[in-house]
Design a protein around this ligand. Sequence first.
Ligand SMILES: *Cc1c(COP(=O)(O)O)cnc(C)c1O
Length: 461
Amino acid sequence: MTLSPSADINGSSSLATRQIHAGRAGAADAPTQATLPVPIYQSSAFEFPDHASAAAMFAQTQPGFTYSRTGNPTVAVLETRVADLEGGLAGLALGSGQSAVAAALLALVSTGPGKHLVVSEKIYGGTVDLLGDTLADLGVTVTYVDPADSAQWAQALTPQTRGFFLESIGNPLSTLADLDAIAQIAHDNGIPVVVDNTLATPVLYRPFEHGADIVVHSATKFLGGHGTALAGVIVDSGRFDWERESERWPQFTQARERFGHVSLVDKCRGGSPFLHLCRAKFVHDLGLTLSPFNASQIIQGLETLDLRVRRHTDSATQIARFLACHPAVRTVHHPAVEGSANQEIAQRDYPQGTGSVFAFELNCARDCVPAFVDSLRLFKLVANIGDVRSLIAHPAAMTHCRLNEEQRLAGGITWETLRLSVGLESLDDLIADLQSSLDELLRTGDAARIRQAQGAQEVSA
Ligand SMILES: *Cc1c(COP(=O)(O)O)cnc(C)c1O
């Protein structure tokens, strides 16, 4: 059984073709009849042809699958496919987006004295937990900066800094970053940039084309797209030069007993020392493994990625514009809405739109928020994004409930802020759902309080 890591895609550069075929060698990968969908190799371990092969694979002098904690043929297709779509050198799939972020950051700060990261202040709450608690316990320090203000990234650098981390589109306020400028600062100072591309997907934005060195994904969201499986992926561009300031990166440049008394850069010439460290050390030691079944769910989702993301994005843009015109809505955080932050970056870097996760604020008294959420029928109250179904979340009561009011407001989130992940249902039905609940807010006894909240503005109910 050989699954070719090289993509048999007949030279196509089209994402629509590659999302279906990359990482698959066709008939070569099945001992019997080749199956057309990627088979699920539901196996914990693999038989070695002979003793010599087993010894060579364990010594890591011969590639091959030994045990599914560190590699599995189904998972390998997902790794190659996401790396291909991002335009990277290689990929590593893990059990969740959280483990992908954790392993990528640990690879930068867990060896040597440099344990400082510069991080966007507008990021996913689970990443804030990781940085502020688990990595802090391990001695990692973080400076949070504004993703739209590249000067702050330069000011935050210290001799101990080992990485920049940001989300291409920030969750939940659709915050964008000037990645080209931030990457320039990082590279001038010998620092790699890690970008979480979960909300954008490679359909809307490819961070390697804007200077990123490493991309991470929660494949749980749009890559899988159907809300059925957790998964994460790390992709290496292969471009960061660990040897330029080699004393800074002993994990890659110094010979290690564990890796056969050679350094990872020597061991992985032409490949990815970064992903080798993530796989052979963190996935192996901590067991951050993706199951082959979940990998197959994500692979099936990827086959329709561009169709879904375009529809998600178009519907979200229309809904953002609808909300911006409704008197029961105070603010819409979406770059397509006049007066939003980041319109300039959106126009320059996101010609196809900025995805389907965004937030808006109700224009009402605070105790009206639960009734509004409960009155929606199509938008389901769920702590997830990137599903075919439309989802709503109330950050102040859910994802951000452990922050105090001051911390929440610093992150741009008020009690009345609601996050949407617009799904693939009919746009008319989705707007009708929101409209009836918003109109209800105006019609009921809350209208007076809405007028109050709105000040002198006219309300037409
Ligand atoms: C969901 C999410 C994660 C974490 O991924 P899981 O698959 O839930 O572990 C990381 N980053 C972003 C931007 C996310 O939305």
